[in-house]
Design a protein. Structure first.
Ligand code: UFG
Length: 339
């Protein structure tokens, strides 16, 4: 039975919400984070929600000996590996940073896991591995496409490294979770997304614009082959996403015969950018300043998940609506002070 779960990137957006859900389900999370794209204040948010102070280590996952000390001080039963860089555009400008941080840290972690006899891993992957799918919705069997960016490539490579390890070592067992577009925040507004600088992602850009931090949102293109011409994505509430990690640990516990598996984590619904804007205005009552601009290079026209496998395999499905997600994003934004 797994109990102590090392959460790398546990102070980050998805990591912190997963720490809460692990705690709620009776697991004991141990957080490792180098705080390169997260804040120490998240720990207070976690304490306010759960009443608990979780073990926290400010360590870079590429630092094998520092990471080893965490294994020595705690009996680790399983690992959820979130820690990674995630900005698509930045990865094009600084590919080596992405390969070193995302691929390097996974290699370090797996080597350490083998040395310290920890054999169960959940990995944060992305729907980016599908590129622009030929058929929608995308299933886990849909072919992977040539990565659009070094970031996307790191996710593909990491999945392959993990699968190869499970083939070579029958004790090593892992699950890759392919996230669609996480949005929202904890309903208590104690934790949420903390983008550094100008947000790349749609929903933080919307909430910052609505809050007056940004002048206007640019909708990247309205001439796509979709009902209103704007791109389609599958937006999933981060708490629903977090719960799927707990279900994945339960799955590894229950299905000892499984050495490697992959699950899509989305809602199964696609929404256009303008639908997101309209829903945001409806649930918050705030008018959003936006304009239609040029397409963003590298954007996928439409992608959304087939969630049959995750709902049947993990016994998991999303519970929150798009409106709830956007409202939670907004309530979180209202807690933030402009840097
Ligand atoms: N968008 C805008 N204006 C903005 C920001 C985004 O119109 O200011 C649009 C984008 O063009 C896209 C949609 O909003 O159509 C969503 O964009 P995001 O940047 O929020 O999300 P992406 O789907 O492009 O990227 C996300 C993750 C990546 C991951 C990718 C996989 O951020 O890490 O999904 O498809 F690689």
């Amino acid at each position: 039975m797994m109990k102590n779960i090392l959460v790398t990137g546990g102070a980050g957006y998805i990591g912190s919400h997963t720490v809460v859900e692990l705690h709620n389900a009776g697991y004991e999370p141990i957080i490792v984070d180098n705080l390169s794209n997260s804040s120490i204040t998240v720990l207070q948010g976690l304490k306010n929600i759960t009443g608990k102070e979780f073990p926290f280590y400010q360590i870079d996952c590429n630092d094998k000996e520092a990471l080893r000390s965490v294994f020595k001080e705690n009996k680790i039963d399983g690992i959820i590996h979130f820690a990674a860089f995630k900005a698509v555009g930045e990865s094009v400008a600084k590919p080596l940073n992405y390969y070193e941080n995302n691929v390097g840290s996974l290699m370090t972690l797996i080597r350490l896991m083998k040395e310290e006899n920890v054999s169960q891993l959940i990995f944060s992957s992305s729907c980016t591995v599908y590129g622009q799918p030929d058929q929608l919705p995308v299933t886990e069997k849909s072919p992977k496409k040539v990565a659009e960016s070094p970031y996307g490539n790191t996710k593909q490579i990491c999945e392959e490294i993990i699968e190869d390890t499970t083939i070579s070592d029958k004790n090593f067992r892992a699950i890759a979770l392919r996230y669609f577009n996480p949005i929202g925040a904890h309903p208590t507004s104690e934790i949420g997304e903390l983008p550094l600088g100008v947000p790349n992602n749609l929903v933080p850009f919307i909430t910052q614009t609505a809050a007056g931090w940004r002048e206007e949102l640019t909708v990247f293109g309205d001439d796509y082959d979709t009902p209103d011409g704007t791109c389609i994505r599958d937006y999933i509430h981060v708490v629903d996403l977090a719960k799927a990690h707990v279900k994945s640990l339960d799955f590894l516990n229950k299905h000892r015969e499984v050495s490697f598996d992959i699950f899509n984590l989305g809602t199964g619904n696609g929404n256009t950018v303008l639908e997101i804007v309209n829903s945001f205005e409806k649930v918050t009552g705030v008018k959003l300043n936006y304009k239609i601009g040029a397409r963003r290079s590298g954007d996928i026209e439409k992608v959304y998940a087939d969630v049959t496998k995750s709902s049947e395999g993990l016994g998991w499905k999303t519970e929150k609506t798009l409106d709830e997600s956007l409202l939670d994003s907004w309530n979180w934004q209202l807690r933030l002070t402009k840097p």
